[in-house]
Design a binder for this molecule. Structure first.
Ligand code: C2O
Ligand code: CU
Length: 434
């Protein structure tokens, strides 16, 4: 079988038998309808004019604010969200970005549900199986509705709880050109006692990359909701946070009464320290970057990528053609334009590898729904650090990645660029279970 070969109109995969394939069951596609919810949240989506300092930006709110309420659950709890669309004319659907929910709960309008029209509602139910930092956002006309503020954070804490840790969250979003943390166009202040250790959860809901660096050493504790194995503190380099991605940083508040300043790109920071701590000057932006390919220590990933039963390629380019009847130069995948990009067809239980390459002239943050994949190699260089699990991966122009995952969540899933205008312009592939 040819690896990553692919004739016209088809994804390359070998046609080897997958012995004893489990069949799809309805139970795998939906959440248990009988179980009582542990966490119930009502979210009302509405049009609004957002006040950002002196600027008024047209957008949307959930329960009157953007970001919407942070949903918090303990690992294993059943989360039930009642979405009501008050007056968002184009309809709304809520996607649980990074949470490997049953397919019917994925909230992708046109794929797993219809958009919820004004005056209507929809209930989502899923068990928060994995502790980590996630977010939710509308997946109907995402480019406009995410930028406009139909989003919020979702935090799943482990059971048993991690003792003696301050848990802080900063969701980075730009509204009409105004950069914010947690919806505020200014620094976030987290008041803590000297000597405390802090888990700072950062969420990048914008299209581009966000650079994060600190005035003190920090540890990369988790990426896209997956703990890093044996992370070590870094004191020089910046962390690059992918569009749609999340990172949990570990910090220790100094014992001398001073604060730690974590820059979230230029101009905004999370300041962590005791009440009344003197201002910390913004540390200069480092040029070096934390490289997850070699960060932390190796650990088993639970499957052997060498036994892959499906091998795909995802080659990003651009070419002239028509998308939605519009002529232009569009992003292409394996030479095809949406909707003519073949699906990645898998069966439940397959070990899947994907070779991504990008020769399109621009970076693309790729987001896979319903699954977490692990990076095997970048530009042909094998990963040597902690397993680098992701659901959102920035693929720079000229870069190649080899990634692998287990097809363990039946349904039909999107794998698309999270520069959401690009997705609207057709950078979308579906992962389809047969
Ligand atoms: Cu965060 Cu398909 O999206
Ligand atoms: Cu893109």
């Amino acid at each position: 079988a040819a690896d990553y070969g692919g004739g016209p109109g088809t994804f390359a995969h070998d046609h080897g038998e997958t012995a004893g394939q489990p069949r799809l069951s309805v139970e795998q596609l939906v959440a248990d309808p009988v179980r009582r919810a542990d966490v119930r949240v009502d979210l009302a989506a509405a049009r609004a004019t957002l006040a950002l300092g002196a600027k008024a930006v047209p957008g949307f709110t959930l329960n009157g604010t953007s970001p919407g309420p942070t949903i918090r659950a303990v690992q294993g709890q059943l989360v039930e969200v009642h979405l009501r669309n008050v007056d968002v004319a184009d309809g709304v659907a809520l996607h649980w970005h990074g949470v490997d929910v049953p397919n019917a709960e994925d909230g992708t309008a046109g794929v797993t549900q219809d958009a919820v029209l004004p005056g209507h509602d929809h209930v989502y139910r899923f068990v928060a199986e994995d502790a980590g930092t996630y977010w939710y956002h509308s997946h109907q006309l995402s480019a406009a509705q995410v930028a406009g503020g139909l989003l919020g954070a979702l935090v799943v804490t482990p059971r048993p709880a991690v003792a003696q840790q301050v848990d802080a969250l900063a969701l980075s979003h730009t509204y009409g050109g105004v950069r914010t943390l947690n919806g505020v166009a200014g620094d976030q202040h987290v008041v803590t006692a000297p000597g405390r250790s802090v888990r700072l959860r950062l969420v990048n809901t914008d299209n581009g990359l966000v650079q994060v660096w600190g005035s003190a050493p920090y540890t990369v504790l988790a990426v896209d909701g997956h703990d890093v194995n044996r992370p070590t503190p870094v004191s020089g380099p910046a962390y690059t946070l992918t569009a749609g991605g999340r990172v949990d940083l570990g910090l220790t508040v100094p014992t001398d009464g001073s604060a730690v300043r974590v820059q979230v790109s230029k101009g905004l920071a999370v300041v962590v320290g005791p009440d009344g701590a003197p201002d910390v000057a913004p540390p200069p932006q480092p040029t070096a970057q934390v490289d997850l390919l070699s960060y932390g220590s190796p650990a088993p990933v639970g499957f052997d990528p060498a036994t892959a039963t499906r091998r795909f390629r995802y080659s990003i380019g651009h070419r002239p053609g028509f998308v939605d009847g519009r002529p232009g130069l569009w992003w292409s995948v394996n030479g095809h334009l949406y909707p003519n990009i073949p699906m990645m067809m898998v069966s439940s239980g397959d070990v899947v590898t994907v070779h991504l390459d990008n020769h399109s002239g621009e970076a693309h943050p790729m987001h896979l729904h319903g699954h977490h994949a692990v990076v095997l190699a970048r530009d042909g260089v094998a990963a040597t650090g902690s397993p680098w699990w992701f659901d959102s991966l920035d693929v720079a122009d000229g870069a190649t990645y080899d990634v692998a995952f287990v097809a363990d969540n039946p349904g039909i899933w999107m794998d698309h660029c999270h520069n959401l205008e690009h997705a609207a312009d057709g950078m979308v592939v579906h992962l389809m279970y047969t």
